[in-house]
Design a protein around this ligand. Sequence first.
Ligand code: ATP
Ligand code: NCN
Length: 209
Amino acid sequence: MARTEFPLARAGMSIGLLGGSFDPAHKGHAHITREALKRFGLDRVWWLVSPGNPLKEHGPAPLAERIERACAVMRHPHVDVTDIETRLGTRVTARTLAALRTRYRGVRFVWLMGADNLAQIHRWQDWRWIMDHVPVGVLARPGQQISACMSPAARIYRPYRIPGSQSQALAQAEAPAWCFVNVPMVDISSSEIRAAGKWTAAQSREGEH
Ligand SMILES: Nc1ncnc2c1ncn2[C@@H]1O[C@H](COP(=O)(O)OP(=O)(O)OP(=O)(O)O)[C@@H](O)[C@H]1O
Ligand SMILES: O=C(O)c1ccc[n+]([C@@H]2O[C@H](COP(=O)([O-])O)[C@@H](O)[C@H]2O)c1
């Protein structure tokens, strides 16, 4: 369900944060969210529907539109679709994470992302702060395996990698800690949907390709 305020969370809970443009949300997002809940033993996942990726030149569709679609795509009792970054007034992930850690003392946050973002994270603002302060869960994405595993972030933080077989330990681990899980993959992207010029309900439902 969509949150119109900051979600509640108790100290000790582990919450995965999936940030994204969600322009639009699709079944790949829903799929990695379900896998992350299982593989990283998370209590909840919050989708952070971004006001706009700091590295993308063109702004996304209006936030309300993207949130509405995200809510249609992701229906799960342990997942919240949120506009937290707009409420915090930040679109830079390191700032978002710092603000959430202050606001939710005692909550264990895990940053979630697809393998394509592990390949690029070294271009994000204060990316080393993210890696040094928040456990990171990376989910396989078609065609991204090699670039992710050879990336600067993967190389620099190799000593802190938790094997996929121990993924349940990630949320309780002290950062730096990251884990790549080789989950079954769903080959779909928002850019592909935008290029096709339409969004259909079938693109949102898991199991339909
Ligand atoms: N099919 C997928 N498999 C694995 N991870 C995915 C998939 N689609 C999106 N993600 C991840 O979800 C997060 C949000 O993705 P985003 O909203 O940018 O969707 P996208 O499909 O990558 O969009 P675009 O094509 O516009 O770049 C990112 O961490 C991204 O890596
Ligand atoms: O903080 C940054 O510099 C930064 C640069 C690029 C992307 N991000 C975040 O990465 C997440 C995925 O972005 P996107 O547009 O690929 O869905 C989203 O939460 C963005 O805010 C963050």
